[in-house]
Design a protein around this ligand. Structure first.
Ligand SMILES: *Cc1c(COP(=O)(O)O)cnc(C)c1O
Length: 407
């Protein structure tokens, strides 16, 4: 009798809240992962950009194991020797003054929402319980009940209400609409510099800069959710840097944990974060020594290994190579750095089908929003690996097109 595969057990015991590709992974190293049969895959998904440093990066695993043997969790009931240096580095690299460490992205977004509201009441002087936060159409900021309250994706919300009030949605990419929506009660504008889950949506040039000017004029906090776009993914340390914007608040996660642990934080100005005094907010695991040691090493590696520059160089190359693919299935190739979406013409084929065919050829990617094939490999990917990937994509597009024609 053969052992039940991970596939069957996961389907039986895990809530079906994802639709994974049918591959059971058992090992990872660098840009590659292996399945239970020993088949090797190039990971061009990297856990929604969490694995920017590559799988089982030796330097990060070293930081993890050294710290694991020394001290893992103390809670914030005490100081640790690891948290201060980690947050200092994060603040210095991003131009922020203070940070509040959490674990998952959604927790850091919740932290941003709480901090923005508190600042709205206690500094800006908004009347009690009237604070508004403006978010964007097509946004993705996580899955908690508060965060989905400002999603415009029906699937994310259906039968999860009632939702908290105090959120408005403005058209993404439209700075004039933002200015019109702002009222004296607006505390913050929350925006992704490039929408990831929304389908790698790049706003018009100058959008972020215009939003910054509007927010300054109306005393509204500009909060950038760079959980996915940050830490080198788009070819600069932060995607905000493409427009020379330093946001008033910044949310980091995913790659901050070096592909090893969930590590996130909300960074901001002192006059915002100093309002979160004892008793107002917290997290048992946020900022623990183990996360801090791994997070600091992940930040240091980004700088020392020039991963943002690498992302720009390899991303430009990959986008150019994909641009040469002449397929009726492709409506558009768009991206910045190694954060790339191939928009599939839904009349010609489905992104899911293409991802499944790529998987069979040993390339892992994942569709987003049914029509977009997302390519976001570890930032350490080489030119040769990119060439191989482009060849697989070319072949899959050809064979998908032929199957369509024949049927
Ligand atoms: C992934 C993501 C989140 C949520 O992070 P989790 O760790 O899954 O809670 C929030 N915002 C953006 C932009 C993301 O890509």
């Amino acid at each position: 009798m053969t052992m039940p595969s991970g596939f069957e057990l996961e389907n039986q015991y895990c809530a079906p809240n994802y639709h994974p590709l049918p591959v059971v992974l058992t090992r990872g190293e660098g840009v590659f992962v292996w399945d239970e049969n020993g088949k090797k895959y190039l990971d061009m998904m990297s856990a929604y950009s969490a694995v920017s440093h590559g799988h089982a990066n030796p330097r990060l695993v070293g930081a993890l194991t050294r710290q694991a043997e020394t001290l893992c969790i103390v809670s914030r009931a005490f100081y640790s020797d690891k948290l201060g240096p980690f947050l200092k580095r994060a603040c210095e690299l991003t131009g922020q003054e203070m940070a509040l460490p959490m674990n998952t992205g959604a927790e850091a977004v919740e932290t941003a929402v709480k901090a923005a509201r508190k600042w709205g009441y206690e500094v800006k002087g908004i009347e009690s319980n009237k604070a508004e936060i403006i978010a964007c159409s097509g946004n993705f900021h996580g899955r908690t009940t508060t965060i989905i309250a400002f999603s415009d994706e029906p699937e994310y919300q259906k039968n999860f209400g009632p939702f908290p009030a105090g959120f408005k949605i403005v058209e993404y990419g439209n700075a004039d609409a933002l200015e019109q929506m702002i009222t004296p009660n607006t505390a913050a504008f929350l925006v992704e510099p490039i929408q990831g889950e929304g389908g790698i949506v790049i706003p018009p040039k100058g959008y972020l800069k215009a939003c910054q000017e509007i927010c300054r004029k109306h005393n509204v906090l500009l909060i950038a959710d760079e959980i996915q776009t940050g830490l080198g993914r788009t070819g600069s340390l932060l995607a905000c840097e493409h427009e020379n914007v330093v946001p008033d608040g910044l949310i980091l996660g995913k790659a901050l944990g070096g592909g090893i642990l969930p590590v996130s934080m909300f960074l901001s100005r002192r006059d915002v974060l100093e309002l979160l005094v004892p008793g107002t907010h917290g997290s048992t695991f946020g900022g623990n020594p183990l996360s801090s040691a791994v997070g600091l090493e992940a930040l240091n590696m980004l700088v020392e290994d020039k991963l943002a520059e690498r992302s720009k160089k390899m991303g430009d190359y990959l986008i150019a190579e994909l641009g040469k693919l002449d397929s009726p299935l492709i409506r558009e190739v768009r991206g910045r750095g190694l954060f790339i979406g191939i928009e599939i013409d839904s009349a010609q084929g489905s992104a899911r089908e293409i991802c499944e065919r790529l998987m069979e050829r040993g390339l892992l990617s994942k569709e987003t929003h049914e029509t977009v094939v997302r390519l976001a490999p570890p930032l350490i990917i080489s030119r040769e690996e990119i060439d191989w990937a482009v060849n697989q994509i070319r072949d899959v597009l050809q064979e998908t097109g032929q199957v369509r024609l024949a049927s």
